[in-house]
Design a protein around this ligand. Structure first.
Ligand SMILES: *Cc1c(COP(=O)(O)O)cnc(C)c1O
Length: 381
């Protein structure tokens, strides 16, 4: 039998038993009244939980499809779009927008840093942008953007749609869609919700919905809000087959997030992130993201000199934990850990213990137990 491996990458994240069980339920027809009720409840609950007075779209697909959905419904060929990029996933919007024939301006930060809000304000004052995109947490750098502050700046630019990529954040970092002035936000099921990959969620506020209307017929089909709005209002109707068992699983995950509360969940993530960063620093590792813009959902961790990335990560797997490689210029020099969703202190102890042993196996001078101890101490009783 395969031995189980704890998945501590920035998505998919560990899927707890009660959510797994929903995945394994007997299939239902999408028109079955029991499923229709479950889907409608999920749509409404997700809208309420994240305070979006517009429409909420939990549909089959991944985060990348949600990125396309965001752009498809708010822009038309020839529009100007401002992309605020704190790493790889910020940059992903460049190609999506260019393929659609948009004029793209990019504000990019050094990896580990965050584009200053003042720079965004200045850029928006220069010309008229149909939309601005910001990753709440960029998964390549583990940098968190000040999305509430950016939302305040956007109030000065009523013709610009504020798009937030929440894929590695929503359900971990705190967010309030209407309250923060976000016009469109999205995430994927496999990150801080702790569900298997396969569902995306888009929250579209009133301003984004009005923009969609103003666009008339758009070239895209599956991701068109106008195709999905009748289904989101009444899921007994058909447009494209819902991911039935993922809807079951998302319902359980959403129940868990709501029960914990968004603020409490963020506080838990933040405390855990602070503790793990501190613990890893005690054994010679360093954190890519600068203090003040470190995400609570994942970390990008730089190796001490002499540690071989491939050997470290394969040793981690033999120790029963998988972590992710770093991207871009940090490939081979750093690794990434997810610490989001329905994870426990025990998962973290297992992760940190495996990191200690794997570093030691790679020749780093690690005192076994030092990081685990520092983590436990920082978490308190
Ligand atoms: C994972 C991720 C994506 C892409 O999502 P997929 O589900 O892999 O398509 C986009 N943006 C961010 C910030 C992510 O972390």
């Amino acid at each position: 039998m395969d031995k189980s491996v704890l998945v501590m990458i920035p998505g998919p994240t560990p899927v707890i038993k009660s959510i797994q069980e929903q995945m394994g339920r007997e299939i239902q027809a999408f028109g079955d009244p029991r499923f229709v009720k479950c889907y409608k409840t999920l749509i409404d609950d997700l809208g309420k939980l994240f305070n979006c007075s517009g429409k909420t779209f939990p549909i089959a697909g991944t985060g990348t499809l949600a990125m396309e959905m965001a752009i498809a419904n708010t822009t038309k060929r020839g529009d100007n779009v401002l992309i605020v990029s704190n790493g790889f996933f910020g940059d992903r919007f460049i190609e999506i927008c260019e393929r659609k024939g948009l004029n793209v301006d990019v504000l990019a930060a050094e990896w580990g840093e965050c584009v200053p809000v003042g720079d965004i304000d200045k850029k928006l004052a220069e010309k008229s942008y149909a939309a601005v995109t910001v990753s709440h947490v960029d998964t390549s750098t583990a940098v968190v953007a000040p999305i509430a502050e950016i939302g305040k700046v956007l109030k000065k630019y009523p013709d610009t749609i504020y798009i937030v990529d929440g894929v590695a954040a929503t359900g971990g970092e705190f967010v309030d869609v209407d309250g923060m002035g976000i016009d469109l936000m999205f995430t994927g099921s496999q990150k801080a919700f702790g569900v298997c990959p396969g569902i995306l969620i888009v929250w579209a506020g009133q301003k984004a919905l009005a923009r969609r209307k103003a666009l008339g017929t758009i070239p895209e089909y599956y991701v068109d809000f106008e195709k999905w709005i009748p289904i989101m209002d009444d899921p007994s109707k058909y447009f494209a087959t819902p991911a039935v068992n993922l809807v079951f699983a998302m319902s359980e995950a959403t129940r868990i997030v709501a029960e914990e509360g968004l603020a409490a969940r963020h506080e838990r993530h933040n405390k855990n992130a602070t503790a793990v960063r501190k613990a890893l620093e005690t054994i010679g590792l360093s954190i890519l993201a600068k203090p003040g813009c470190q995400a609570s959902t994942l970390s990008n961790v730089i190796y001490p000199a002499g540690v071989d990335d491939a050997k470290f990560r394969s040793t981690m797997i033999s120790e029963g934990v998988v972590v992710a490689g770093a991207l871009g210029a940090y490939a081979g020099k750093a690794f990434r850990i997810g610490h989001m969703g329905n994870i426990t202190v025990n998962d973290m102890v297992q992760l940190i213990g495996a990191i200690e042993r794997s570093l030691a196996a790679c020749g780093a001078p690690v005192k076994l137990g030092a990081a685990v101890g520092a983590y436990m101490e920082a978490m308190g009783s």
